[in-house]
Design a protein around this ligand. Structure first.
Ligand SMILES: CC(C)(COP(=O)(O)OP(=O)(O)OC[C@H]1O[C@@H](n2cnc3c(N)ncnc32)[C@H](O)[C@@H]1OP(=O)(O)O)[C@@H](O)C(=O)NCCC(=O)NCCS
Length: 170
């Protein structure tokens, strides 16, 4: 991995830092896909609250990793139990985000390895997110045919037509 990157567990008091990366990465990656409401001030405030709750729980901290570069959090990743029972895996990758300036650094692969090693897992990714799909393929994930429309999932007409596909590593 090039540069000075540290992969570590998050600390309890880092909700703001993690929310900042979360919302910034959404803006960088999804501005052509999702409405701006996903990364406005209210979205950021909601993320802070959500991260506060997660970081207060040692079990959540144990299955989360951050990437630090030059003393700043620049990436986050989290696994958990799969949200569907129609697949035979013990883990789901809930999120992996690296700020765009750090894409290609190897830090995302490092977070993935720390969380999962080579274990079987599933994940959901936007169909129209070629960089992430390629990254997951490199790490052994393949689409399993499951697909959902975020608009229906969230019952939000503004998200109609935004498709997610499931990728699985056996
Ligand atoms: C997904 C993510 C964590 C991967 O980390 P990364 O450092 O970018 O990953 P890598 O550089 O190791 O791999 C990306 C691959 O996609 C390729 N790629 C880049 N742009 C691409 C494009 N438009 N189409 C297809 N492949 C593309 C890269 O060349 C690289 O493949 P290679 O190593 O064979 O050359 C990171 O890009 C990210 O945080 N993206 C924004 C948030 C996101 O989409 N998260 C996933 C949500 S499900």
């Amino acid at each position: 991995m090039s540069g000075d990157y540290t992969i570590r567990h998050p600390r309890m008091d880092e909700a703001k830092e993690l929310a900042c990366v979360h919302v910034k990465a959404w803006e960088q990656a999804y501005s052509g896909i999702l409405p701006e409401a996903f990364w406005n001030e209210q979205a950021y405030e909601r993320r802070i609250e959500s991260w506060r709750q997660m970081l207060a729980d040692p079990a959540h901290r144990a299955r989360t990793r951050v990437t630090e570069a030059d003393g700043e959090v620049v990436g986050i990743a989290q696994i958990g139990p799969p949200r569907e029972d129609d697949i035979d895996v013990d883990h789901e990758l809930y999120m992996i985000y690296l700020l765009a300036a750090h894409h290609g650094s190897g830090a995302a692969a490092e977070m993935l390895t720390e969380l999962l090693n080579d274990k079987a897992a599933s994940l959901w990714v936007f169909k129209d997110n070629p960089r992430a799909v390629r990254f997951y393929r490199k790490h052994g994930f393949e689409p399993d045919g499951a697909e959902k429309d975020l608009g229906e999932e969230e019952n939000d007409p503004s998200l109609q037509g935004v498709l997610e596909i499931r990728m699985v590593r056996g």
